[in-house]
Design a protein around this ligand. Structure first.
Ligand code: SF4
Length: 303
């Protein structure tokens, strides 16, 4: 459902016109499978945990109309995130339906739920479109990963990457980005782990800054209309996820279309109940996470 907007939706606290994106196309459609997760990590960007119900489980029936509608927009890929998608009872069935239409990407913590459902996933290799998994390995130091995600989970996730790769699925990893880090050095520190798991050393690494938990209000610079043209060129603006993707979220029993994967804690970013409706909406960059897109090009997309 589309929300009523007040003046501060359009203006920064200094009264300047806010930066915005007028979406150009729909290349990727994401589905938030629900905030339930088997892990309970402090500072989870989705606030997920066992039995969490901030966002409902999506069902096969929920996603079917969006899959069909997305084809009208020339969609190139579907993607699934959570929570942990593999704790959603209908997840594999939803994925199967999407893979009949387009390539799919799944974000997973790569732990017990994936191991338990691997047998259900293997037949998806015969689908007409490829399936890839992005497994969270927050830090190349297993102890730092496990400090947030639980003892032994680095090893489980690494093992899952090896099994997925050997089975024939696409793989990548997601890691935390640290302020002032030497990005190449941190990426390089994964090489011995990749070798141990038998996965390619050039496995893609997607970096994420600290997004803060849902509902947080960190003090960050606001993005004005002037900032968007003074500091970014057309190519950088085109790379914002809200320019080429949307996410389906279910809350309180109703599905709606959100501007991107990062703003589902703010009802203002619910742009409508259909893709057609949502694609006509200008996206105002007033969420604190928008600053990560602006300042370091943060994106969940692999395109
Ligand atoms: S978080 Fe990024 S992709 Fe999402 S609305 Fe803000 S700028 Fe756009």
């Amino acid at each position: 459902m589309k929300q009523q907007r007040t003046t501060d939706w359009y203006l920064t606290s200094k009264g300047e016109p806010r930066g915005y994106i007028d979406p150009q196309r729909l290349d990727e459609l994401w589905f938030h499978t629900g905030t339930a997760c088997n892990l309970e990590c402090p500072g989870c960007l989705e606030g997920s945990g066992p039995g969490d119900q901030r966002l409902d489980f999506l069902t096969r029936e929920d996603i079917a109309p969006f899959l069909t509608e997305a084809l009208d927009f020339g969609i190139r890929q579907f993607a699934f995130t959570g929570g942990e998608p593999l704790v959603n009872p209908e997840f594999v069935s939803m994925l199967s339906m999407a893979l009949d239409l387009r390539p799919c990407l799944v974000l997973t913590n790569g732990t017990t739920p994936l191991a338990h459902r691997m047998i259900e996933l293997l037949p998806l290799l015969d689908k007409p479109n490829p399936l890839s998994f992005r497994v969270s390995l927050d830090d190349p130091d297993p102890n730092r990963h496990d400090a947030a995600r639980g003892a032994g989970n680095f090893a489980k996730s690494l093992d899952a990457l090896g099994r997925l790769h050997r089975a024939g699925f696409g793989i990548s990893i997601a890691r935390r980005m640290y302020q002032g880090e030497d990005a190449a050095a941190v990426d390089g520190a994964y090489a011995p782990h990749f070798a141990a798991a038998g996965i390619p050393v050039e496995t893609r690494i997607v970096r994420f800054p600290d997004f803060h938990p849902p509902g947080a209000s960190p003090k960050l610079p606001e993005i004005s209309e002037t900032c968007m043209t003074r500091y970014l060129d057309a190519e950088r603006r085109a790379a914002f996820m809200c320019n080429f993707s949307k996410m389906i979220v279910k809350q309180g029993g109703r599905c709606s279309v959100y501007a991107c994967t990062l703003v589902d804690d703010c009802a203002g970013y619910s742009l409508g109940s259909t893709l057609r409706e949502a694609m006509q909406e200008r996206v105002m960059l007033g969420h604190h996470r928008c600053f990560a897109c602006f300042s370091c090009g943060a994106s969940c997309s692999e395109s």
